[in-house]
Structure formats: C-alpha cells, structure tokens
Design a protein around this ligand. Structure first.
Ligand code: NAD
Length: 295
C-alpha cells in the first residue's frame, strides 16, 4: 500500500480520497476547506496545515482542483509543490484543465525528475463515490503503469490516451459531447412535456430508442424522473454549471488554437454560459433543463 497525499477534497476529490483510505492506503489530505478535511480525517486520513507539509514523505501526490489556475498555484513557482518534492515522486493531477497547462506542469516536473501524469476523470460524483470512475491519462507509459494500481482503487476504466496533455484533450472532447447531449436531452424532454407527455414515460421510450444516451440512462435532467440524481434534489451537488462552462471554454479555446470547427460545442457553450449568467452557476449542470422548462 502506498503513502499518498490527496489535495482538493470537493465533490469529486472527497469521495476519491475516501476510496483510497478504504483500499488501505496511508492517505494524508489537504484542502482550503476545514470541513472537507475533517470529513476525511473522520474516515481515517491524516492531515497537515499546508499542502507542502501534507506532501512530506509521500510516494504519490494526487490533486483534484477546480481549474488550471489552482493547479498552477499548488504545483508551480518557488513555493509550489514541484520545487519541494523529492525526485521520483509520482504526481497525478486529476483536475480538468487545459492540455497546455498540463504540459507546462509536466515540463517542470520532468526537469525535477518527478513522474507526472494528467489523469482527468469521467463518471461524476456517483462514479467517484462508487469507485467506478474512468481515468483518462496522458504521460509516459512507465508513469501510467506506476499510477494504474493506485487509480484502480478509485476507478474501473483506466485509459492511457497518449503523451502529456492527451488525457486533458480526450476529457475536453468527452465533456463537450456530454454538454451537447444534456442540452439536447433537456430540449427533447421539454418538447414532449409541452405536448402533454409524461417525462418519465418519454424518458423510458427514448432510452430504449435511438435517442438513448448517458444523460437519460443515469442522469435524467427532469425533476422527479430519476431518484438520487441532482434533478431530484433541486440540482444541488453534482457537477456545477460553472465547471461545465469552464470545460466548454477549454474546448472552445482548443478549437480556436487548432482551427477546428465545433458548431454544436459552441452552441452548448453559449447555452451553459447564458444559464450561468442567470445565477445558476452553483447548480448541477443538468439544471440546463430550466432553460427549456420555465418553473
Ligand atoms: P469542487 O469545487 O467541488 O472541489 C474543489 C476543491 O478544491 C474544493 O474543496 C476547494 O476548497 C479545493 N481547493 C481549491 N484550491 C485549493 C488549493 N489551493 N489547495 C487545496 N485545496 C484547494 O470541484 P469538483 O466538482 O470536485 O471538481 C474538481 C475537478 O474535477 C474540476 O476540474 C472538475 O472540472 C473535474 N470534474 C468534476 C466532476 C463532477 O461531477 N463534479 C466530474 C468530472 C471531473
């Protein structure tokens, strides 16, 4: 079992760290939120006053932070962790950030002889709790192989997408598709309900038909259709609109840099941005349903 430091105990990082503790790893945690730290300490993790102190003696450091600026703040600069960790430490960033930010961190890590991979995840808070996340990794094959047994305590499917940054590219593509699917599912449900259909019956029909997709199967956006999803608790918890908007921004920026066309992704970005601008940024992203169903 490994000595692991886990930084960033939010909606995703909290349950991920918890699964590492349950798997028997020696886990030390750090977060700016005291409540988040206390919850993990209650489950058997250790903690320290700073990220640097928490990472003392770690064989592996994992971060699960909101965005690129948080990842750069934790790892880079004179006070960043990469300057403090001993050579050979395995460093895994599971946050969803721009591929070029991940490559920048990888470059500094490699200059310090640290083994870094970007390893963003898919599967939502449900997947984080159940330990069934999909990890999408970018980096050296040898680092991927080193990280795999640790990631297996938190996930079911562990992919190596390619060199540094590739995990982030694949993750951005996936989330752009997810946003398009969630907006499209919401739109179809609203049209059916406008015609007098029961949203649960319509959902079941579309699930078994050619419109079936992940949103319908496990994350239905219409309130009351599915138990245990954010739509059935006023869109609290889950994957925030602000984070989806960030990911769609990453896809958009990436498309501009690579001169790629993403008409559907650009439309989804505008829909989620509009929704966030109406004060819904802290709700789960399935609340995009409200754009189509005035309550
Ligand atoms: P969150 O906002 O719930 O959690 C982020 C945590 O990081 C917070 O607890 C915050 O206090 C902590 N933090 C911020 N800066 C810090 C610092 N400098 N040092 C220590 N802790 C710090 O976010 P989340 O939903 O857990 O998402 C984390 C990442 O995972 C994001 O990049 C997101 O895009 C991605 N993601 C989220 C989901 C989801 O369903 N929520 C799914 C897949 C991927």
């Amino acid at each position: 079992m490994a000595k692991i430091t886990f930084i960033g105990l939010g909606n995703m990082g909290g349950p991920m760290a918890s699964n590492l503790v349950k798997a028997g790893h020696d886990v030390t945690v750090f977060d700016l939120s005291k409540a988040a730290v206390e919850a993990l300490v209650g489950e058997g993790a250790k903690t320290a006053d700073t990220a640097e102190a928490a990472a003392q003696g770690a064989e592996c450091v994992i971060t699960m932070l909101p965005a690129g600026k948080h990842v750069e703040a934790v790892y880079l600069g004179d006070d960043g962790l990469l300057a403090k960790l001993p050579a050979g430490t395995l460093v895994i960033d599971s946050s969803t950030i721009a591929p070029e930010t991940a490559r920048g961190v990888a470059e500094v890590a490699s200059a310090k002889n640290l083994d870094f991979i970007d390893a963003p995840v898919s599967g939502g808070v449900g997947g984080a709790k159940a330990g069934t996340l999909t990890f999408i990794c970018g980096g050296e094959e040898s680092t991927f192989n080193r990280a795999k047994p640790i990631l297996e305590a938190m996930g079911k499917n562990i992919f190596h997408a390619g060199p540094h940054g590739s995990g982030q590219v694949a993750k951005i593509c996936n989330n752009m598709l997810l946003a398009i699917l969630m907006a499209g599912t919401s739109e179809a449900l609203a049209l059916g309900v406008r015609n007098g259909l029961d949203p649960a019956v319509l959902s079941e029909i579309m699930k078994q038909s050619s419109g079936g997709n992940w949103a319908l199967n496990v994350y239905n956006p219409w309130p009351g259709v599915m138990e245990g999803v954010p739509a059935s608790r006023d869109y609290q918890g889950g994957f925030l609109v602000n984070l989806m908007t960030k990911d769609l921004g990453l896809a958009f920026d990436n498309a501009v840099k690579n001169q790629a066309s993403i008409p559907m992704g650009a439309l989804a970005r505008n829909l989620f941005q509009l929704h966030a601008g109406q004060g819904n940024g802290e709700l789960d992203f399935s609340s995009i349903q409200r754009l189509y169903k005035p309550e």
